[in-house]
Design a protein around this ligand. Sequence first.
Ligand code: ADP
Ligand code: GLC
Length: 476
Amino acid sequence: MEIIHVSAECYPVAKAGGLGDVVGALPRYQREAGHVAKVVMPMYRTKFLNDNQFEVVHKGYTHMGNYWFNYTVIKEQTNRLGFDLYLVDIYGLLDREKIYGYGDDADRFIAFQIAVADWIAVWRHRPDIVHVHDHHTALLPFMFKYCYAYRHLQYIPTVLTIHNGEYQGWLGWNRSNLIPEWDSYKTGLLDWQGTINPLACGIRSAWKVTTVSPTYLEEMRHDAAGLEALLEYEKGKTSGILNGIDTVVWNPATDYYIEDHYSIDTVEEGKQLNKLRLCDRFNLDPRKPLITFIGRLVGEKGADLLPQAVEDSFYYIGRKMNFLILGSGLPDIQGRLTGIQGLARGDYNTYIGYDEALSHLIYAGADFILMPSRVEPCGLNQLYALRYGTVPVVRNTGGLHDTVIDYGDKHGYGIRFNQETVGDMTHGIWRSVELYQQPQKLYEIRQRMMKLDFSWQSSVRAYLDLYEGMRKAAGE
Ligand code: ADP
Ligand code: GLC
């Protein structure tokens, strides 16, 4: 089967979060399963672009409303990612340093999707599946089916995976001229509550829709940032497929970013060495448990609760633990997290920014990782933590519910709490400190965690079954 993934992110080319990790791994495992998997993404001005060799495979000229533009598709020459990587260059729109965060993001991603459709339209053959990810590429299924310029692509089966339903790509109707001319009977598919909603449009137009965990799909039927009714209505074509992790990149025995490697047999010494490095670098006390957070500093991740939870822990539990926080996001949360630095007595530190290497060292050296998420479609941090013998302390939601069992329950290994409150999180921190004081118990839990298998194998199978079903439907 030939599967084309279209995405805004793909590790190691460009990553802002878990979407990048997934699109950097899933196609490689699909390729290993004997299929042709390709990734098409925007050409940002990244280090990866400078460090690798590309060849031009297509040049086109098309338009977004009245704006005519040239685009170029380049292909990485060595196949070093384990799949074919294509980058779409649109001068002035995509060739920027950051992935998101510009005032004209809507124009950028619509132009990208137009270029992708324009390019696929001239292929001599049709791919078997086009798999799009999140709202940035969710208009493609609509474009294939209902935009006049691409109607000959309407029989290509499309899948939309929702990694994050909180962001939907809303666009005022005054900007509708950006979308290629469509069959006016289908206008309703673009609209959701008076605006153009690319994610809603993708849910309606794609042949199949998946979410990145089964529980998140269930939750979305009740709470999906306004799309609940739509998810309920379309439930016949939705399914939840849990993400896997890239076990080559995320392996404490070979991790490219850490120096002190370890395996399940040497986990105690290995983690200690990595912890010492972290404590040394961030002025923390290696005798105390190291409790960490890695992620986007936004409400969705519960990051706004962190400053108060740290203060309350010091106050009510005592100075029995260290905190280390790595993240970037809302200026208010960043400010509050650095603001409480004054409280620290060699037991609290933050690193505001994005640092891939540091994140690996933290998974390796930390004892606990906090995930107080309000919404967590899957969550990869807890899966990496489990593989590195780091106990996840999570709110019981979405993918966290599907992957973390509380150590108080049968076969459990993590710490779970239910409410998105400072109180519940502080209680989770208290339980972490308690667990740390029982080395034999902690040892057993680490052994149990590191034996878990969250590799891509079963998820790759589930996606392939989904694709097969669509191909059969297309052939009928
Ligand atoms: P999301 O995609 O919602 O941000 P995930 O848990 O799926 O959440 O994935 C987050 C990914 O991004 C993980 O690989 C995590 O290690 C990484 N990450 C998040 N913030 C940072 C940061 N500040 N520095 C380095 N890596 C980060
Ligand atoms: C999103 C979600 C996260 C998920 C990731 C990869 O960014 O917020 O929970 O793990 O996508 O699917």
